[in-house]
Design a protein around this ligand. Structure first.
Ligand SMILES: *Cc1c(COP(=O)(O)O)cnc(C)c1O
Length: 497
C-alpha cells in the first residue's frame, strides 16, 4: 500500500482552548466559585429538586450537536445549575451524615492536581506527586500519634477499610492465599467487630469472598462500645469450633453516634490471640489528635492498620480516604505484582504496589495543601470547635419540655422531639411507635424545606434526629436557631395528627 494517513500537525483544534481562552474561562469560573463560597450561607442548604426537574435543567444545557458546543457558555450554564440546585455541604447549617465543607485551598488544589494530571501509580510517572503523597501519609500519622510505617491515599473510608481488611487476610493466611484463594485454607476465617460497625465490613467480606457470615457481631454496652468480654468469649468459642479468627475491627467514632470502642482493650486481645487489629477511624480518627481526648483514643497507636477519611474531618473536598499501616510490607505482600509491561524500579515508591488501584489520581495534593496551610494546631482547633458546637447543640436540646436528648460523642448529638403530653408515657410501645413516625416526618420536613440538613440514628429502637458537625463554617448562632425550628415542625406535625 502506498497511501499514508496524514494527521495534521494542529489536531481537532477545539480541544485545546488556547492560552487566552483558557485564562478567560478560568478567571470567570474562579469568580463564579468565589461568589458561591461568599454567598452560600444566605441561600438554602438545598432546593430539594426532583430528579425529573434536574433532568430537565440538564437537558437545557446539553446539546446533541455532533461537534459539541462553545466552552464558555457551557461552563457558565453548568456552574449556574450546580450552584443553584445542588445540596451544599459547604453551607453552615449542613450537619447531615458525615460530610464536611470543602477547604477552599483544597478546591484550588484539585484544579492544580488535574492540571498536572500526575498518575500516582508509579514514581516514574509522578515523581513530585508521589513524594507529596508520602509526606501527606506521614503527616496524617504524626497528627494522630500513630507510628505509621506507610500507607496510601484511596477514595474514601470504605476503600481505606477494605485495604486494611485485605492486608489482614493476607497476613493471617500467608502467601498461598494470593494463588489458592480461600479454598486453600484449612479453616474458615472469622472477623470481629461491634454491631455499630459501618457497612464497609459487609462489602469487604463479600468482596474478599468470605461472606457476611464470617463476621462475628460483638455486643456493645448501652452507649455502643464493644463489649470486651463478649469479644474474648466469641474468639475462644470460634477457635474451639475450628475457625481461624484473623481480625478485630475497633471503631474510633461510630457512624451513628460517634462512640469510640475500647481500643486499648481490643489491642490487648489481638496481641494475645495474634489477630490483626484494624481501626476504622473514618469519622473520628482525627479527633485522636486532641490532647484532651487521649483517654478515649488510648490504644490507637497499637493498631496494625487504620482507615481515616481526610474528606471528613480534614475537610478535604471529596474524594480522599487514607489507609495507614505500621508495617508497609503487609501492603506490598498483598498488592504487589511485577508484570512485564512495567518499567518501574523496585527501590522507588510505586503506589501501585500498595493498594488495589493501578492508575491513581493526585488525591494527596488537596490534603497536603490544607495541612501546610492550617498546620496541626489549626486543625486541632477546628476539630475541637466542631465538638464544642455539637456539645452546645446537645445542651440546647437538653432540659426542654418537648425534647429528649440521647447522646453526644465527638461531634455527633442525637435527640428527638417529644410532645410534652407524651413525656410521662415514654417507653410505652404505642407511644414509641408514634414518636418514631413523628420524628421521621420531622426529618422529612427538614429535608424538604432545605433550611438545615441533618440525618438520623436508631438508638435502642428509637428514631433519633442526628446532628453531625464536621463543618468549619458553622457557628454558635447557626446552632442556636435550630431547636426553635425543630420545635415548630414538631408542633405542626403533632397538630396534623
Ligand atoms: C464514613 C464512614 C465510613 C465510610 O467512609 P466513606 O468515605 O463514606 O467511604 C466508614 N466507617 C465510618 C465509621 C464512617 O464514618
Amino acid at each position: 500500500m502506498n497511501t499514508t494517513t496524514k494527521i495534521p500537525s494542529a489536531r481537532f483544534g477545539k480541544i485545546e482552548l488556547g492560552p487566552e481562552a483558557f485564562r478567560q474561562l478560568g478567571y470567570a469560573l474562579v469568580d463564579r466559585i468565589s461568589q458561591h463560597l461568599d454567598e452560600v450561607a444566605e441561600g438554602p442548604v438545598t432546593m430539594a429538586p426532583t430528579a425529573e426537574a434536574i433532568g430537565e435543567m440538564i437537558g437545557k444545557i446539553s446539546s446533541a450537536a455532533p461537534d459539541g458546543q462553545e466552552a464558555g457558555i457551557l461552563l457558565e450554564n453548568t456552574a449556574e445549575l450546580l450552584f443553584r440546585q445542588s445540596l451544599f455541604n459547604g453551607h453552615p447549617k449542613f450537619w447531615g451524615y458525615i460530610t464536611s465543607s470543602p477547604t477552599p485551598i483544597g478546591i484550588l488544589g484539585d484544579l492544580l492536581a488535574s492540571a498536572v494530571n500526575a498518575n500516582v501509580g508509579a514514581w516514574a510517572l509522578s515523581p513530585v506527586a508521589t513524594e507529596i503523597e508520602k509526606q501527606t501519609v506521614e503527616w496524617i500519622g504524626r497528627f494522630m500519634g500513630y507510628p505509621a510505617g506507610g500507607g496510601l491515599m484511596v477514595s474514601g473510608g470504605n476503600m481505606a477499610n477494605n485495604v486494611g481488611f485485605q492486608a489482614a487476610i493476607r497476613a493471617k493466611a500467608g502467601p498461598q492465599i494470593l494463588e489458592g484463594g480461600l479454598r486453600s485454607l484449612d479453616k474458615p476465617l472469622t472477623a470481629y467487630c461491634s454491631g455499630q460497625t459501618h457497612t464497609w465490613i459487609q462489602k469487604s467480606a463479600s468482596l474478599c469472598g468470605l461472606g457476611a457470615n464470617s463476621i462475628r457481631w460483638i455486643d456493645t454496652d448501652a452507649e455502643g462500645r464493644m463489649n470486651l468480654e463478649h469479644l474474648r468469649g466469641q474468639i475462644q468459642k470460634d477457635i474451639a469450633a475450628g475457625y481461624e479468627p484473623f481480625l478485630v475491627v475497633g471503631t474510633a467514632g461510630s457512624v451513628s453516634t460517634g462512640v469510640v470502642d475500647p481500643l486499648a482493650g481490643i489491642a490487648e486481645i489481638c496481641k494475645q490471640y495474634k489477630l490483626w487489629f484494624h481501626i476504622d477511624g473514618a469519622y473520628g480518627g482525627f479527633a485522636g489528635a486532641l490532647p484532651e481526648l487521649q483517654g478515649q483514643f488510648k490504644g490507637l497507636e497499637s493498631a496494625d492498620s487504620i482507615a481515616v477519611d481526610p474528606h471528613k474531618w480534614l475537610y478535604a473536598p471529596l474524594e480522599a480516604g487514607c489507609t495507614l499501616v505500621r508495617d508497609p510490607r503487609h501492603l506490598t505482600n498483598t498488592f504487589s505484582y511485577h508484570p512485564p509491561y512495567y518499567n518501574f524500579e523496585a527501590e522507588q515508591l510505586n503506589y501501585v504496589d500498595y493498594g488495589p488501584q493501578n492508575s491513581r489520581g493526585f488525591r494527596a495534593l488537596k490534603v497536603w495543601l490544607a495541612a501546610q496551610h492550617l498546620g496541626m494546631e489549626g486543625y486541632r482547633q477546628l476539630i475541637r470547635e466542631d465538638i464544642q458546637l455539637a456539645q452546645y447543640a446537645f445542651e440546647l436540646f437538653s432540659g426542654q419540655d418537648d425534647f429528649e436528648t440521647f447522646s453526644r460523642h465527638l461531634s455527633i448529638a442525637t435527640f428527638r422531639y417529644v410532645p410534652p403530653a407524651l413525656k410521662p408515657r415514654l417507653g410505652d410501645e404505642a407511644v414509641e411507635a408514634h414518636l418514631n413516625q413523628m420524628n421521621q416526618a420531622i426529618l422529612n420536613r427538614i429535608e424538604a424545606e432545605g433550611k438545615y440538613f441533618i440525618s438520623k440514628a436508631m438508638i435502642g429502637g428509637r428514631f433519633a434526629l442526628r446532628m453531625c458537625i464536621v463543618n468549619f463554617r458553622s457557628s454558635a448562632e447557626d446552632v442556636e436557631g435550630f431547636p426553635a425550628y425543630v420545635r415548630a415542625l414538631g408542633q405542626a406535625e403533632g397538630s396534623a395528627r
